[in-house]
Design a protein around this ligand. Sequence first.
Ligand code: NAG
Ligand code: NAG
Length: 242
Amino acid sequence: MWVVLVLLLALSSGALSLDKLNMCMDAKHHKVNPGPEGQLYLQCAPWRDNACCTANTSTEAHEDNSYLYNFNWNHCGAMSPECKRHFIQDTCFYECSPHLGPWIQKVDQSWRKERILDVPLCKEDCHSWWEDCKNDYTCKTNWHTGWDWSSGVNKCPANSKCRKWTDVYPTPMSMCEEIWSKSYLYTTYSKTSGRCMQLWFNGTNPNKKVAEYYLNNAQQPQSFALTMLLFLGFSSLSAMMY
Ligand SMILES: *[C@@H]1O[C@H](CO)[C@@H](O)[C@H](O)[C@H]1NC(C)=O
Ligand SMILES: *[C@@H]1O[C@H](CO)[C@@H](O)[C@H](O)[C@H]1NC(C)=O
């Protein structure tokens, strides 16, 4: 009986390490496990209590062409500071969030093993991002692929033209969904709804409850399998005890 009990404990601690409510994705700069990071820089500071990013990553997130991705925001002339702060926040959210579990997917990419897909964004965050960028310029809709990287930083590919932001992205929805190839899903939920993820917040991270909501309300095959496994485990335990 003790053997079974020990096996069950091992099984359930294995289940805890799969904790989708508090985990870091397997990508380029993420920590293995989330934890406190007292030194997170400026716009990344809201994640100090529990983060997947290091202080170094949080500082680099604020730099142009940082070593994180060598990404050049100023590919069609200097990006305005009002617009850029949204990209910094987006980087903090991507690098630091420990509550993206429900939307993490495996990918076959050279620079990361996992990505996020269809993270439901709060309407206000998507709209203010688009509003603050709408006088800027870009040459591409999807910023994940198709750049000319020959110089080491991304430049507009030869066949492209710099166009007004609103010509490339007619709506906030088109921008939020297309810019990072569907990492984000546009929603009409507001920041008070508890049904959408917030890029901008102060105080306690509101996104944990949102992740919890989606974990409990979406039928996840893995959690079903886990429940069955634990159920079978406990049944065999009680069968041995009685
Ligand atoms: C972060 O780490 C990288 C690589 O170790 C280093 O080159 C860079 O200077 C560091 N950045 C900061 C802000 O400390
Ligand atoms: C966070 O606090 C700052 C400063 O008080 C404020 O300007 C900002 O609107 C707040 N953001 C949110 C999302 O509540």
